[in-house]
Design a protein around this ligand. Structure first.
Ligand code: PRE
Length: 235
């Protein structure tokens, strides 16, 4: 059986799974265009490999099954490294380190600053299903009601509208959504993030593919290519 990298080169295309619902990493606009820092990176990688990038839609709930079913060669878009994913494929070197923090209405920013303060029967936690936020919420909140909300593009409006009080999510997303909702949504004033997570690309298991992606990514990280795409997507 040829290596995944050889198959990609042979086909002239790399198939990239992505959810398209997670700014600043992967976001499908109303016009249908995919944008985001990891989308830009995936396009650059395809160009570097001399192949076409074919994006394949997936969801946080189905991402791992779709990957295992062979629907794509890699997965991008704010993907946290976790054991279940690492068992199914290879992770690239990390693009960034992040951690989960609460985002709340600004009036509550000094209130929901610990897991204990959030985990109360009167506090409504909202979570998008299928990703690491979902796992985190169900592991840490036993008393607070958890609302599973299916659309990560509009989930923050639940907090704005007062239908939910807290979402615990990746720091990069918390900071961006606070910026997109000025004076309305704020990062809670925690002293430290609740978790430490690495973001990386999930690759079909193949030493040649991992070597090629890591060498290219090392270069992008060192030369500022990644930073440029991330900064652009944060504005
Ligand atoms: O599953 C992951 O790796 C993620 O980090 C994705 C995840 C999540 O945990 O739900 C992170 C933040 C976004 O709000 C949407 C998806």
């Amino acid at each position: 059986e040829p290596s995944a990298l050889a198959a990609i080169r042979e086909a002239g295309v790399i198939r990239i799974g992505t959810t398209g619902d997670y700014k600043p990493f992967t976001y499908r606009t109303a016009a249908g265009d995919l944008t985001g820092a990891d989308i830009d990176m995936a396009r650059d990688l395809a160009a570097h490999l001399g192949v076409r990038a074919a994006f394949v839609p997936t969801t946080w709930k189905t991402l791992l099954d779709d990957f295992k079913a062979g629907k794509f060669d890699m997965v991008v878009g704010g993907i946290s490294v976790n054991p279940a994913r690492a068992e199914a494929g290879d992770f690239s070197i990390a693009t960034l380190s992040d951690g989960k923090r609460p985002i709340v209405r600004c009036a509550d920013k000094d209130r929901y600053v610990s897991l204990a303060a959030i985990d109360q029967p009167s506090v409504h936690v909202v979570v998008n299903p299928g990703g690491t936020n979902d796992t985190f919420a169900h592991e840490h909140f036993a008393r607070a009601p958890i609302e599973v909300y299916p659309d990560n593009k509009t989930i923050f409006e639940e907090i704005v509208a007062g239908k939910a009080d807290v979402m615990v999510s990746d720091g990069v997303e918390v900071d961006l959504q606070a910026r997109l909702h000025p004076g309305v949504l704020c990062p809670a004033a925690v002293t430290a993030p609740f978790t430490h997570d690495e973001k990386a690309y999930l690759l079909r298991r193949d030493p040649a593919l991992k070597a090629a992606v890591d060498a290219w990514l090392r270069q992008e990280l060192d030369a500022g290519g990644w930073r440029k795409h991330l900064d652009a997507a944060m504005h």
